[in-house]
Write a protein that binds this ligand. Structure first.
Ligand code: SF4
Length: 455
């Protein structure tokens, strides 16, 4: 089995948890559908967002320079990082120059991608994630399992146990209000003791040099306004041309992510606070290379809403950790192999090609097409295991010859149900480890087709 398949098999071994996870994520998808349907111009907005992003990517260098010039005029200091190591070093350098030992950080998938927390901790800096979900997973030393809802894989009872162990709440308490209040008290003290605030960036505006951070908890605002030092880290693809474009993205983002009309806080930052310092770190870390790949450059338009994960039947049933990538799900399965094709070669195959991700994506990324193209790319790089190549060759042979297809159908209907169980459910049948084989229809596919079409 491939890496993803092995981890997914372990995950679904706990059937109850897998079923519960599927339902929790599907709940978000349903809310997204309702929110999208409430706006008649939804498809127009998606098309507009896609065009703006495509345009921004076509002149990315110009817009980044414009953003740097405008942000500098506003009093921010702009830094450029080629990769994760440079990004971490820049952030640490700024903290070191200010003698900072305690940092509060709002949700930023970029800093996860760069492994900033462990880097800073190794250098004696305490980093506290202030997004509630992120703090929960940080307490148990895990990364987020979902880009919008980092702890969605945990039930309230699990969180109660984690808080009991780390925040000394009552044993067995799992009331969400009680737990949220405990987290609030715990984080409040961390905010007050922080010497610097670190945030991500959802959108950076070239025209003004300002940027926008979207949260539901207000933690980015508190973290960026209590300490005098604010560091904002952003991938270079976050830049958009004009302030007037913001409305398009803000209307799409929260609706696609959680089904809310807008995130509770959409905070605009224009230069440092009075008497404070603002540093913006622009990070490439493989994005320019991706921009140069015409088949995959659209994936840079991603606004990290998580909708493709929420709709993906594979993600919902296999959990975020089975991807072993900072960003899981369909978009992660495109971005991760672009960074390290060998390590993440299994991910583009963790997809049924149903196309649901492309249908919900607010910026119209052709996700399932890109996943298919990655398979070709990986085959050319000779990163597809021989067992999979053989199975695909056999599958394509059967699908290309009607008589073979009919024979396979006859075999499945007549012979498979009569085989002894040990022949079907053994180590060779990874699929059957967790599931029963389906009941095959008793009529041949040809008969079914004739019946339906009356021919
Ligand atoms: S690829 Fe599209 S749907 Fe998926 S997270 Fe990015 S913007 Fe959202």
């Amino acid at each position: 089995m491939s890496e993803h398949a092995t981890l997914a098999a372990d995950y679904i071994a706990d059937r109850e948890r897998a079923h519960w996870h599927d339902g929790a994520i599907w709940f978000l998808r349903v809310k997204r559908d309702k929110a999208a349907r409430s706006i008649p111009e939804w498809e127009t907005l998606r098309a507009r967002a896609s065009e703006i992003k495509a345009h921004a990517m076509s002149r990315l260098g110009d817009y980044l320079e414009q953003f740097e010039a405008q942000a500098t005029k506003l009093g921010a200091k702009v830094h450029w990082a080629r990769d994760a190591a440079e990004h971490n070093q820049i952030v640490y350098g700024i903290l070191q120059a200010h003698g900072v030992k305690r940092v509060v950080k709002s949700k930023s998938m970029l800093t996860e991608e760069c492994h900033l927390n462990p880097f800073l901790e190794r250098h004696g800096v305490e980093v506290i994630d202030t997004d509630l979900g992120e703090r929960i997973v940080q307490l148990i030393g895990k990364p987020p399992s979902h880009i919008v809802a980092p702890a969605i894989h945990l039930r309230k009872e699990d969180i109660g146990q984690i808080f009991h162990e780390h925040l000394h709440t009552e044993a067995g308490a799992s009331d969400p209000k009680y737990l949220a209040e405990a987290a609030r008290q715990h984080l409040r003290a961390k905010f007050l003791g922080a010497e610097a605030g670190l945030t991500g960036v959802n959108f950076a505006i070239a025209e003004t040099g300002g940027f926008v951070v979207c949260t539901n908890e207000g933690n980015a605002d508190l973290g960026a306004s209590l300490p005098k030092l604010h560091i904002a880290c952003m991938g270079i693809e976050k830049v958009i041309p004009r302030a007037a474009d913001m409305g398009v993205f803000l209307r799409l983002l929260a609706r696609s992510a959680t089904g809310q009309p807008i995130t509770t806080y959409s905070s605009h930052f224009h230069g440092p606070m009075p008497g404070g310092e603002l540093h913006i770190v622009l990070v490439d870390n493989g994005r320019s290379t991706l921009l140069g790949k015409k088949d995959f450059r659209l994936s840079l338009s991603c606004i990290r809403c998580g909708a493709c994960m929420n709709t993906c039947p594979v993600y919902r049933r296999s959990g975020g950790y089975s991807y072993e990538a900072t960003i899981p799900g369909p978009i992660g399965s495109i971005l991760a192999p672009a960074r390290d094709p060998k390590k993440h070669a299994s991910l583009p195959f963790a997809c049924s090609l149903c196309g649901s991700c492309s249908d919900v994506c607010p910026v119209k990324i052709d996700l399932h097409h890109e996943l298919l193209l990655w398979r070709r790319e990986l085959a050319q790089l000779k990163l597809v295991p021989a067992s999979k190549r053989l199975a695909m060759w056999a599958g394509s042979l059967v699908f290309r010859h009607t008589w073979m297809y009919e024979t396979a159908g006859w075999f499945a209907r007549r012979i498979v149900p009569r085989l002894p169980r040990w022949m079907l459910y053994n180590k060779l049948n990874a699929w059957g480890k967790q599931r029963e084989l389906p009941d095959f229809p008793q009529q041949s596919f040809r008969e079914l087709y004739r019946r339906r079409n009356g021919s």
